[in-house]
Design a protein around this ligand. Structure first.
Ligand SMILES: *[C@@H]1O[C@H](CO)[C@@H](O)[C@H](O)[C@H]1NC(C)=O
Ligand SMILES: *[C@@H]1O[C@H](CO)[C@@H](O)[C@H](O)[C@H]1NC(C)=O
Ligand SMILES: *[C@@H]1O[C@H](CO)[C@@H](O)[C@H](O)[C@H]1NC(C)=O
Ligand SMILES: *[C@@H]1O[C@H](CO)[C@@H](O)[C@H](O)[C@H]1NC(C)=O
Length: 451
């Protein structure tokens, strides 16, 4: 055991020398370190397009040895969070490669694994200000060598989001951008803005929330705050402690995977400004006129396209929903239903869109909708995929109550409007939806659209 502990690093070094290229790796610790606790030590690993998979350990005092580190380019710092087990973050290489595929920049992976690895979370929290002081000194040195603070982007995960905030505060809010991925809540909520991330910490601060009821931070902290699936429970994550080990961190970690999808341009998640998730699900926040031709902001790396208007607005809280796994984005439709039943009806609608053997599904069941005679009921349907050209539509109405008589919904008009491509609107007139019975039909173009 002891021998191995010393031999393994030696072997690794030997292997690297044989390969002829020496790459520096993120510190790999284990539970033993977490038990004993670790003191803070900060390693900065540089990645550039010269080799996006091979890190170079940077000196904290002298940059003359790294010709590939060009201070006229953007420098993106990736700052991880708490590491209760000491293992390197599994996503950090993907993030580095995807960022470099997007833009020619310097990436500095901030390895503060010594400092973040501790069974006692409070000790890791204590280290955040120390880590920030250390990074501030490094960035000031970059500045002395000619880098501009506007060219600095910090991407911080969990505790790393607050570290990024502290660095920004130390530098008077002049760094270009902070992206916070589910900023940590415990020990930070309720503190004053000096003791947590704040929108004054950088010229532009974008924040994603995925676990506001446990490990994340509930309140908005940036110029734009994205609440994925309302920010609490992420689809596909275990709902109870009995469903597996990822129960504690699945929602929290989802923030990173959503960001990776955005970097990879897997698909587009439009985020809608709204005061609450409930209002958003009710379809009350689908108006994007205040953003002009650009439409509502898109979650992720490219939200800088909305930067000027978001800065003008000050603080914008937005919502979007996701699938349980990548590709995470969903496709929104507005659904307008008008019935001619004499009596009002309450119930849920499930819609399927079919094209060439693929099927997209939306279930609108967050609350029972009310349908009234000759009145348009507006619903917001979110499909798990985008069907390019809809051949057939299936609709099911259910009351959600097996003891109720089997109502019929006598639909005068049903209209589906694609939120991204309003011209793709589909209609159907005069159908009868018997409760719990799926009806499939070919949609037709809508007549005399009133919006
Ligand atoms: C930052 O941390 C590194 C390693 O932990 C250390 O060598 C360096 O001197 C620190 N810089 C400052 C300004 O404290
Ligand atoms: C980048 O580094 C990796 C790991 O050392 C090495 O296998 C690969 O050949 C390098 N690629 C280039 C283009 O130098
Ligand atoms: C990026 O997307 C491609 C497919 O478009 C996928 O094969 C790849 O695994 C993705 N990469 C990451 C890191 O998510
Ligand atoms: C329809 O699906 C089949 C098999 O999934 C595929 O080979 C074909 O190209 C698709 N046609 C169109 C028009 O997308």
């Amino acid at each position: 055991m002891f021998l191995w502990q010393y031999l393994t690093p030696l072997l690794l070094i030997a292997v690297q020398i044989c390969k002829g290229q020496q790459c520096d790796e993120f510190t790999d610790l284990n539970l033993g370190h977490a038990f004993i606790g670790t003191n803070i030590r900060i390693r900065l690993l540089l990645y550039t397009r010269e080799n996006s998979t091979c890190g170079t350990l940077l000196s904290h005092t002298d940059l003359s040895d790294y010709p590939q580190f060009s201070l006229s380019k953007t420098t993106t710092f990736i700052v991880h969070g708490y590491r209760p087990t000491g293992s390197p973050p599994a996503w950090v290489n993907d993030m580095t490669e995807l960022l470099l595929a997007r833009d020619d920049m310097n990436i500095i992976v901030v390895d503060w694994n010594y400092g973040a690895t501790n069974l006692n979370y409070l000790k890791a929290v204590e280290n955040t200000k120390k880590a920030a002081a250390n990074l501030t000194a490094f960035i000031e040195m970059m500045q002395d060598q000619g880098a501009s603070l506007s060219s600095i982007h910090m991407i911080g995960v969990s505790l790393g989001a607050h570290i990024s905030g502290f660095v920004g505060a130390n530098l008077k809010g002049l760094i270009g951008r902070i992206t916070a991925l589910d900023p940590a809540g415990p020990q930070f909520k309720g503190t004053s803005k000096e003791d947590r991330l704040d929108s004054t910490n950088a010229q532009f601060v974008d924040v994603l929330h995925t676990d506001i009821d446990a490990l994340g931070f509930r309140e908005p902290l940036g110029h734009i705050d994205f609440y994925a699936n309302g920010g609490t429970d992420q689809p596909g994550c275990p709902k109870t402690i009995f469903s597996g080990g990822s129960y504690f961190k699945c929602d929290h970690q989802r923030s990173v995977f959503l960001y990776l999808d955005s970097l990879n341009r897997t698909c587009v998640s439009r985020a809608f400004p709204c005061s609450s998730y409930k209002d958003f699900l009710d379809g009350n926040c689908l108006d994007c006129d205040e953003f002009g031709a650009a439409g509502c902001p898109v979650f992720g790396y490219d939200v800088t396209k909305w930067r000027n208007i978001l800065l003008k607005l000050g603080q914008t809280k937005t919502f979007f929903t996701t699938n349980p796994k990548s590709p995470f984005c969903m496709t929104g439709y507005r659904v307008d239903v008008m019935i001619w039943n004499k009596e009002s009806r309450w119930g849920y609608i499930t819609i399927k869109l079919h094209y060439n053997g693929t099927e997209a599904l939306a279930t609108i069941n967050h609350k029972s909708a009310k349908f009234m005679r000759y009145t348009e009921t507006h619903l917001f349907a979110q499909f798990d995929k985008d069907v390019q050209s809809v051949e057939k539509v299936s609709v099911k109405f259910s009351t959600g109550n097996i003891f109720k008589p089997k109502y019929k919904l006598r639909v005068l008009q049903l209209r589906l409007t694609h939120l991204e491509h309003k011209e793709r609107s589909l209609c159907r007139y005069d159908i009868i939806l018997k409760a719990d019975t799926e009806v499939t039909f070919r949609p037709i173009p809508c007549e005399g659209s009133n919006f």
